[in-house]
Design a protein. Structure first.
Length: 399
C-alpha cells in the first residue's frame, strides 16, 4: 500500500495542476497583454561599420521564451502513461471547443514582427530593414534567424546611432500580446563628404579679364581630410584657386575664391559656360562632384592691353580701307573722264586754195547795199563752224 500511494498521488497532483492551469489560462493571457514579447536576442558576429550607400547586413538570432512550450506539451506530455486520455481531452475537446479563444495563443499560433527604428541619434540619411520582417509560427523554444540591413548616405547627420528593433508578438487573432526592443549600436564607416555653396551662381564677365567667384565648402564627413580642387570648363575659360589644396575638419566650413580668366577677345556678344568643381580627398582618392556655376562672357574688354592692341589694329584697318576706297574712286573717275584726242582735220593746201580762194583786200569789203552771193555765205558758215569745232577741241584738251 505504501508503495502504491505515490503512484496514485502523482496522477492526482498532475490532474489538479492541469485543472488549475485550465481555469487560469484566460487570466494569464490578459495579464501578458501589456508585457514584453518574451524574446532573447543574440548578435552572432561583431557589428561591422556601415559603409556609405551600401546595405550592411547584421545577423541576429532571436529565441522565443514565452514560457509555454506547446510543442513539448502536444508531443511529449500526451505520451505519458495514464494521462493520455486527459491530455487528449484537453487538446482535442476542452480547449478547442470551450476555451479556444483564450488558449489559442498558447497553441503555437503566435507570430513575431520586427520594426526597426532609430531610437538614439538623428535619423536623417539612415535607412534600415529586417529580413524576414515576420516569423510564424512561434512559441517557447523556437529560434529564428533574422538579418538587419542598414543603409547610410552622405546626408547622414550623425555618424553613430542606436537602432532599436521593436519586436511585437501577435496572437492567432492578430491581437498584440506584447512588445520588446532589440538595441543595436551602429557606426558609419569613414567617408569623405564635402558640400559647396556658391555665393554667385552666375557671374557676368567681360572678355580678356580676370574675375573672382567665392564659394563656401563644408566638410560633412566624420574625420579630418585634405582635399584637392579641380575644374572642368570650356570656351577657353581658365579657373584656378589659391587654396587648391586645403585641410578641413568635420563640420568645418572654409571660404574659397575661384580666379576666372576669360579668353583674349576684344568684344563678345554673350556666351554662357558651365564651370564644374570637383574635390578629391587624399585618403579616398575618389573624385567627388561638388557643384557648378555659370560664367557669361559679354561686352568689351576693359583690359588696357587688349584695348590698345585692338584699337590700334582697328584704326590701321580703317586707314587701309579708306586708302583702298580712294584709290578705287580715283581710278573710276579717271576712266569716266578719259577722252581720246580729237584728230585735227588736215586739208591739203591745194584743196584749201580751191575751196577758199584768197580774197583781195579791196574786195573783202563790199559796198553797202550789195548783197553777198549764196556761195560766199555758205563758205563763211563752214569756216565759222570749223573754228567753233577747233575751239571746242582745244577746251577738251585743256581739261
Amino acid at each position: 500500500m505504501s508503495m502504491a500511494f505515490p503512484s496514485r498521488k502523482y496522477p492526482v497532483l498532475l490532474f489538479s495542476s492541469f485543472l488549475v492551469l485550465t481555469l487560469f489560462i484566460p487570466s494569464l493571457s490578459r495579464a501578458e497583454e501589456d508585457e514584453g514579447a518574451y524574446i532573447v536576442a543574440n548578435i552572432k558576429e561583431p557589428i561591422p561599420p556601415v559603409k556609405p550607400c551600401t546595405w550592411t547586413p547584421i545577423k541576429i538570432e532571436v529565441q522565443d521564451v514565452c514560457g509555454f512550450n506547446w510543442t513539448y506539451f502536444s508531443e511529449d506530455f500526451l505520451n505519458i502513461p495514464l494521462l493520455r486520455w486527459y491530455g487528449k481531452l484537453l487538446v482535442w475537446v476542452i480547449w478547442p471547443k470551450i476555451f479556444f479563444r483564450s488558449v489559442a495563443d498558447y497553441f503555437g499560433y503566435n507570430s513575431l514582427s520586427f520594426y526597426p527604428e532609430i531610437v538614439e541619434g538623428n535619423p536623417k540619411g539612415w535607412k534600415m530593414k529586417v529580413m524576414p520582417s515576420t516569423v510564424s509560427p512561434t512559441t517557447d523554444g523556437y529560434t529564428h534567424n533574422i538579418t538587419l540591413y542598414v543603409w547610410a548616405d552622405e546626408t547622414a547627420m550623425d555618424y553613430a546611432v542606436t537602432i532599436g528593433i521593436k519586436c511585437v508578438r501577435y496572437g492567432s487573432s492578430g491581437k498584440m500580446l506584447g512588445s520588446s526592443y532589440i538595441y543595436i549600436p551602429v557606426k558609419l564607416d569613414k567617408f569623405s563628404y564635402v558640400e559647396m555653396y556658391v555665393k554667385q551662381p552666375r557671374k557676368i564677365v567681360p572678355p580678356w579679364s580676370t574675375s573672382y567667384v567665392t564659394a563656401v565648402i563644408t566638410n560633412k564627413g566624420y574625420y579630418e581630410d585634405t582635399f584637392h580642387l579641380s575644374f572642368e570648363c570650356g570656351g577657353g575659360i581658365r579657373v584656378v584657386t589659391k587654396q587648391r589644396q586645403f585641410v578641413i575638419k568635420p563640420g568645418e566650413s572654409k571660404e574659397v575664391t575661384f580666379v576666372i580668366t576669360t579668353p583674349r577677345e576684344f568684344f563678345e556678344y554673350g556666351k554662357s559656360y558651365e564651370v564644374k568643381v570637383y574635390a578629391t580627398p587624399v585618403l579616398n582618392q575618389s573624385r567627388t562632384y561638388l557643384g557648378s556655376f555659370i560664367v557669361m562672357v559679354e561686352g568689351i574688354s576693359s583690359n588696357p592691353q587688349a584695348g590698345g592692341f585692338y584699337i590700334a589694329s582697328i584704326i590701321i584697318n580703317i586707314i587701309i580701307i579708306i586708302a583702298i576706297f580712294k584709290r578705287i574712286s580715283s581710278l573710276t573717275i579717271r576712266r569716266g573722264l578719259r577722252v581720246e584726242k580729237p584728230k585735227m582735220i588736215q586739208i591739203p593746201e591745194k584743196e584749201v586754195k580751191k575751196r577758199f580762194p584768197k580774197v583781195k583786200k579791196g574786195a573783202e569789203r563790199r559796198p553797202k547795199g550789195e548783197k553777198k552771193s549764196r556761195d560766199e555765205l555758205t563758205k563763211l558758215k563752214l569756216i565759222e563752224k570749223i573754228r567753233r569745232e577747233q575751239e571746242r577741241q582745244r577746251r577738251k584738251l585743256r581739261l
